[in-house]
Design a protein around this ligand. Structure first.
Ligand code: A3P
Length: 345
């Protein structure tokens, strides 16, 4: 493939066969690309969909939930959607899968997985066809699904700020969530190992090394987080740590309430806190289609796995703990992004 330039100014290169082989996941039909200078690795169809975002008509009441994967995206999506659309917990639309209520603007590229055969999953394809009868899917479906959504829209996004329109924060609000990279890695490893879409075959050590060496799709992690951290003083950006949500959800919900301007009282926030708790979300099976996972038994809900802080301790061998701590220290040095609580000691 010839080198190509994105509307964001980034350069696109085909990732080498070695990089693709080392990922130990199911292949993508169009291979894998690396987007420079940061080096983001995505399925080969990603450039078209990233450019497509630049022609989306964003609205001033849009809220985007932006994350590196496995940092608490779905939790935040449900919190924001509930605050905006279901503050009394009576909206029947809440029964619809979160994939459709809070569509992922970065999802199209994943349909290129050989497992999915280059096609969106059925509920997503159905929604696209309902809203845009006869329209071709070659520019992706997610942006069109989002364009047809009633406001205030809650948009999920795994792409980092540098790939989006540069002035996006002048129009929309963004809630950015991150998490201890060791828990992110554990969650990511379990997720990629259990989903039929990717079927990562390797242990936590090999997965963590791919994360640290920017060798897995969605990587690199640090430029993603830092690009948001640098913008945290912008009035339209709200930066959240998963760990803070776990330790004091009410305090975080109050801040989100203020950020969104939803003016919900304490009683409503308490009710939303319970409704979006791990056990409550896990019990609402319809929330997220879970049929793309390997399961011991059909009723098992795999996506909502543990929802805790520190699960890495059970999964990381000691050498890996030390290695990841070094990696964290190296990457936060010279920034005021303090992740000291993420380290082992
Ligand atoms: P674990 O695998 O550590 O359990 P994402 O939505 O970005 O893919 O992140 C998924 C992670 O968030 C998973 O972590 C999942 O269990 C956790 N999660 C989802 N809903 C949650 C909730 N309501 N409370 C706490 N954690 C939640």
């Amino acid at each position: 493939m010839m080198s190509r330039q994105l509307l964001s100014g980034h350069k696109v290169e085909q990732a080498s066969e070695e990089v693709v082989k080392n990922m130990k996941i199911l292949p993508f039909i169009h291979g894998v690309v690396r987007i420079l200078p940061e080096g983001w690795l995505y399925p080969g169809t990603a450039p078209t969909f990233i450019d497509r975002i630049h022609s989306v008509k964003f609205r001033s009441n849009d809220v985007m939930v932006m994350t590196f994967p496995k940092c608490g995206t779905t939790w935040m999506n449900e919190i924001v959607w509930t605050m905006l659309h279901n503050p009394d917990l009576e909206n029947p639309k809440a029964d619809e899968t979160i994939f459709l209520r809070s569509p992922d603007i970065s999802f199209d590229m994943i349909f290129d997985s050989k497992f999915l055969g280059g096609k969106p999953m059925e509920p997503i394809a159905k929604r696209f066809e309902e809203k845009h009868p006869g329209r071709k899917m070659d520019m992706g479906v997610m942006a069109d699904i989002i364009e047809a959504l009633e406001g205030p829209r809650v948009i999920k996004c795994h792409f980092p700020f540098p790939l989006l329109p540069q002035d996006i924060l002048d129009t929309i609000k963004v809630v950015y969530v991150t998490r201890n990279p060791k828990d992110m890695t554990t969650s990511f490893w379990k997720f990629f190992s259990t989903t039929n879409v990717h079927e990562f075959c390797g242990d936590i050590d090999s997965f963590a090394k791919l994360i640290m060496n920017d060798g897995m799709i969605y990587c690199p992690y640090w430029p993603h987080v830092k690009a948001a951290w640098e913008k945290r003083e912008h009035p339209n950006l709200h930066f959240v740590f998963y760990e803070d949500l776990i330790s004091d959800a009410m305090q975080e919900l109050r801040k989100i309430n203020e950020f969104l301007g939803t003016r919900l009282n304490e009683e409503k926030l308490e009710a939303i806190k319970r409704y979006t708790s791990f056990s409550s979300m896990k019990s609402r099976k319809e929330l997220l289609s879970d049929d793309l996972f390997k399961k011991e038994e059909p009723k098992e809900v795999v996506f909502f796995r543990k929802g805790i802080v520190g699960d890495w301790k059970k999964n990381f061998p000691p050498e890996l703990q030390a290695e990841m701590d070094q990696w964290i220290k190296k990457n936060v040095t010279g920034t005021d992004l303090s992740l000291s609580w993420a380290l082992a000691e």
